[in-house]
Write a protein that binds this ligand. Structure first.
Ligand SMILES: N[C@@H](CCC(=O)N[C@@H](CS)C(=O)NCC(=O)O)C(=O)O
Ligand SMILES: *[C@@H]1O[C@H](CO)[C@@H](O)[C@H](O)[C@H]1NC(C)=O
Length: 226
């Protein structure tokens, strides 16, 4: 029988990978319906009826159709592995998962994503990176990672305690690409952030998802095929 869940998108996208990682961690079987960005699959009417913003990923879980990778991640956790959302089960510990999920979305993602785009994507697409954008975002990310270093010196995971939560997992996809840039030293230089990252990437679910995340977004491969 085909799995009841379907995820639409291209697996190398950090947003799609966020959903895939969460599904994998929750042990949920899900069919990846592959789409091709260059072919404009995400702008076809059928896809726009699933996500009017024309972005991947989209999750279909029975009658429920969802977009926005963090909302998908929360849904999967809530329905299939609630421990990922609630720490030790107390309201206080669930609140800390929420706080650090917001930190990922509001503080970490933009600078880390900007560095990844400039240092990997722009150059592979034949452009020239804008070093001013890189520098500004490196400085912003350094401040953010200093906060992480302090936080992780008191607990193994961001939400506190010794069990992984959705807050940690949500960082994985953009970190995976960030660690391929020369700015990965920013992680190496912060021992607690480094230990946290090594722990995350060693998780079986992360090792599985990373197989579909080539460090060059598959762009390098495409170039040689052209
Ligand atoms: N906030 C969204 C962002 C999704 C997103 O940017 N998806 C990219 C994946 S590479 C996309 O679909 N881009 C195609 C486009 O915007 O045309 C999420 O978290 O799911
Ligand atoms: C970071 O990168 C973004 C996106 O390229 C850019 O708009 C912004 O000015 C950069 N700097 C900071 C401090 O966020």
């Amino acid at each position: 029988m085909a799995p009841a869940l379907k995820l639409y998108g291209w697996a190398m996208s950090p947003f799609v990978a966020r959903a895939l990682l969460c599904l994998e961690e929750a042990g949920v079987e899900c069919e990846l319906v592959s789409m091709i960005r260059d072919a404009g699959d995400h702008r076809l009417p059928d896809f726009l009826s699933k996500n009017p913003f024309g972005q991947v990923p989209v999750l279909q879980d029975g009658d429920l159709t969802l977009f926005e990778s963090r909302a998908i991640a929360r849904h999967v956790a809530r329905k299939y592995k609630p421990e990922l959302l609630c720490g030790d089960g107390s309201p206080a510990s669930a609140a800390m998962v929420d706080v650090w999920m917001e930190v990922e979305a509001q503080q970490h993602h933009a600078p880390a994503g900007a560095i990844v785009i400039q240092c990997i994507a722009v150059e592979l697409l034949g452009g020239v990176r804008d070093q001013a954008i890189v520098d500004e975002n490196v400085s912003k990310l350094a401040t953010v990672l200093d906060v992480y270093e302090a936080r992780l010196s008191g607990s193994r995971y961001l939400a506190g305690g010794t069990t992984v939560s959705l807050a940690d997992l949500c960082h994985f996809p953009i970190m995976r690409y960030f660690m391929e840039t020369e700015y990965s030293t920013m992680v190496e230089e912060r021992p607690h952030v480094k230990a946290w990252w090594e722990d995350l990437k060693a998780r079986p679910a992360a090792r599985k998802v990373i197989e579909s995340m080539p460090p060059d977004f598959g762009v390098g491969k495409k170039k040689t095929e052209d």
